[in-house]
Design a protein around this ligand. Structure first.
Ligand code: URP
Ligand code: ZN
Length: 464
C-alpha cells in the first residue's frame, strides 16, 4: 500500500520546503509538490513539520554494569525511543565480564536485541583488555558483522584503554576506516579525586561533579585527538562532550587543521546544570559520567551548535536506572550509584524546545545534529537520517507550536523518572513512521515487538 504525506514543511539538514512525499512500502519513492497517486492512503500534514526519523547513536539498552543492569530492555527502550521520534539507534555495548573474544559481546547483543527491538538498530563494538588478536578481530568483525565503530574508554578501571593501546587502535582505525568513539576523562584525575573525597567522608551526590572535573574531560579530549592525528588522522569521535573546557580542545584541534573526527554532546549537557546535585537524594537521579556542568558550559555548547563546525551530533547516552531502587545504591556513597540517566525519549522534544523554539539553533541544524550527521558518521546514510527518494520511510510529523509539559506519567520507558520533569515544552511529536509503518500516533505506540532490524553499517563520512 502506498502512502502520501501531504502539505508538510519538510526539514532536511540543508533546507525547509513544502512538498508531498510518496511512500512505497518501506521506502520514499518521490518528493514533489502536488503529488497524486489514486490508490495511496493520504496523510494530511498541513501546518506540520516533517522530519527524518531521528538517529540516536549513543544508547545503553539493558546494559550490564556488573552489579546491576540499565532498566530498559531492548523492547521498552526502543518503544521509548520511537515515542520520542527516534527510529534508529546505535547502542554502545557493555564490557564483557571476562577476557573473551570481541565476537562474544556481539553474539550477546544479538540475543538481547533481535526479536525485541521495535526500531532499527546497530551496535558499536567495545574494546577492553586489548591484545594483538583483538586488533585483528576488530578488523575482521568490522567487515563480517558491519560493526564499523569500536568504543574505547579512557577511564573505568581494568577496562580502560591506555595510550599505548589507543595509539595502536587508532592506527588500525586509520588503516581500515573505522570510527573510534571515545569516553574522554582522565582516569587519574577522577580516581585520585574520588579517593580523596571518600577519605574525607565527602560522599553525597553533590560531590559527584567534583570527582569528575571539566579539566579531566578536556585533557582526555586533547590527548585523544593528538593520538588520532599522529595515527594518520584516524576517525576519532568524542562521545558526550559536556564542558566549555573540552570544547576548547576540540576547537584547537580544528584550528590546527584536523578534520577527520566527530564530536557529540547530549541534551542533558544543554539543558540541565549541576544544581541538580544540590539535594543529596534527588541528586542521585543525575549521577552520570561526565556530570552535569554549569550554565557557562551550556551556553558554550549551544553557541558552538549555532555556529556549526565544532560539534557534529546530539545523542543521548540513554542509560536509565530506577530511582526507587537502583539509584538508591548510591544513597550512602555516590561512588556506589550506577552511573547514567534516561534520555532517549526526551531528546527531540527537548532539543526542539530548548534549541529551535528558543532561537539557539535553526530547524535545519536540528535535523543535522539529530538525524543526518549521526547517520553519516556511523555509516547509515542515506538509508537513514535523510528525506530523499530511496531512503527508508522513517519520519516524524511534529506540530511546531503545540505546548505541553514533560512528565514521566506520559512516557514509555521502564524508568520511574525523567531528569526533565515539569519542563514546559514547545512543539509536539504527533506521528512517527518507521519504514513506512505508523508506529506512534498521539503518544501511543502502535508497532510490534521485534519489528526492528539489525543494521550492518558501512563506511563513515569521517573516513579520509
Ligand atoms: O554515566 C554514564 N554515562 N553511563 C553510561 C556509560 C558511559 O560511560 O557512557
Ligand atoms: Zn555512554
Amino acid at each position: 500500500m502506498k502512502k502520501i504525506i501531504k502539505g508538510a514543511s519538510i526539514v532536511t539538514e540543508a533546507e525547509v520546503f513544502k512538498a508531498d512525499v510518496l511512500i512505497d512500502g518501506e521506502v520514499i519513492e518521490a518528493i514533489s509538490e502536488g503529488l497524486e497517486c489514486p490508490d495511496a492512503e493520504v496523510i494530511d500534514a498541513e501546518g506540520k513539520l516533517l522530519l527524518p526519523g531521528a538517529v540516536d547513536v549513543h544508547t545503553h539498552m539493558d546494559l550490564d554494569v556488573g552489579f546491576t543492569r540499565s532498566c530498559d530492555s531492548w523492547e521498552s527502550g526502543t518503544i521509548a525511543a520511537a515515542c520520542g521520534g527516534t527510529t534508529t539507534i546505535v547502542d554502545h555495548m557493555a564490557f564483557a565480564a571476562a577476557d573473551v573474544p570481541l565476537m562474544y559481546q556481539v553474539e550477546e547483543y544479538h540475543k538481547l536485541a533481535d526479536g525485541n527491538a521495535v526500531i532499527d538498530y546497530g551496535f558499536h563494538g567495545v574494546l577492553q583488555l586489548m591484545s594483538d588478536e583483538k586488533l585483528s578481530e576488530m578488523r575482521r568483525l568490522s567487515r563480517s558483522e558491519g560493526i564499523t565503530s569500536w568504543k574505547a574508554y579512557m577511564t573505568y578501571g581494568d577496562n580502560m584503554i591506555d595510550d599505548e593501546w589507543l595509539f595502536k587502535i587508532m592506527k588500525v582505525a586509520s588503516d581500515e576506516g573505522l570510527v573510534i568513539p571515545a569516553h574522554c576523562e582522565n582516569d587519574a584525575l577522577v580516581e585520585v579525586t574520588k579517593a580523596e573525597l571518600g577519605a574525607k567522608g565527602l560522599v553525597q551526590a553533590k560531590y559527584h561533579p567534583k570527582a569528575r572535573p571539566a579539566l579531566a574531560e578536556a585533557e582526555a579530549v586533547s590527548r585523544l585527538l593528538y593520538i588520532a592525528k599522529e595515527a594518520g588522522e584516524a576517525p576519532a569521535y568524542v562521545v558526550h562532550l559536556s564542558s566549555a573546557e573540552g570544547l576548547l580542545e576540540v576547537s584547537k584541534a580544528r584550528q590546527l587543521g584536523q578534520k577527520h573526527f566527530g564530536v557529540e554532546t547530549c541534551p542533558q549537557y544543554l539543558a540541565l546544570t549541576d544544581a541538580a546535585y544540590e539535594d543529596d537524594s534527588e541528586g542521585l537521579k543525575a549521577i552520570m559520567s561526565p556530570p552535569l556542568r554549569k550554565q557557562k558550559d551550556i551556553d558554550a555548547l549551544w553557541e558552538a551548535l549555532g555556529r556549526e563546525g565544532l560539534i557534529d551530533v546530539i545523542a543521548t547516552d540513554h542509560c536509565p536506572f530506577t530511582f526507587v531502587e537502583q539509584k538508591q545504591m548510591g544513597r550512602e556513597d555516590f561512588r556506589k550509584c550506577p552511573n547514567g540517566a534516561p534520555g532517549v525519549e526526551e531528546r527531540l522534544s527537548v532539543i526542539y524546545s530548548e534549541g529551535v523554539a528558543k532561537g539557539r539553533i535553526s530547524l535545519t541544524q536540528m535535523v543535522k545534529y539529530l538525524c543526518t550527521e549521526p547517520a553519516k558518521i556511523f555509516g547509515l546514510y542515506p538509508k537513514k537520517g535523510a528525506i530523499i527518494p530511496g531512503a527508508d520511510a522513517d519520519f516524524v510529523i511534529m506540530d511546531p507550536n503545540a505546548k505541553h509539559v514533560l512528565t514521566i506519567a506520559d512516557m514509555h520507558g521502564a524508568n520511574d523518572y525523567t531528569c526533565y520533569e515539569g519542563m514546559e515544552l514547545t512543539g509536539r511529536i504527533e506521528k512517527v513512521y518507521s519504514r513506512g509503518e505508523l508506529i506512534v500516533d498521539n503518544n501511543e505506540f502502535l508497532g510490534g515487538r521485534g519489528r526492528g532490524r539489525y543494521l550492518r553499517r558501512g563506511t563513515s563520512s569521517l573516513v579520509k
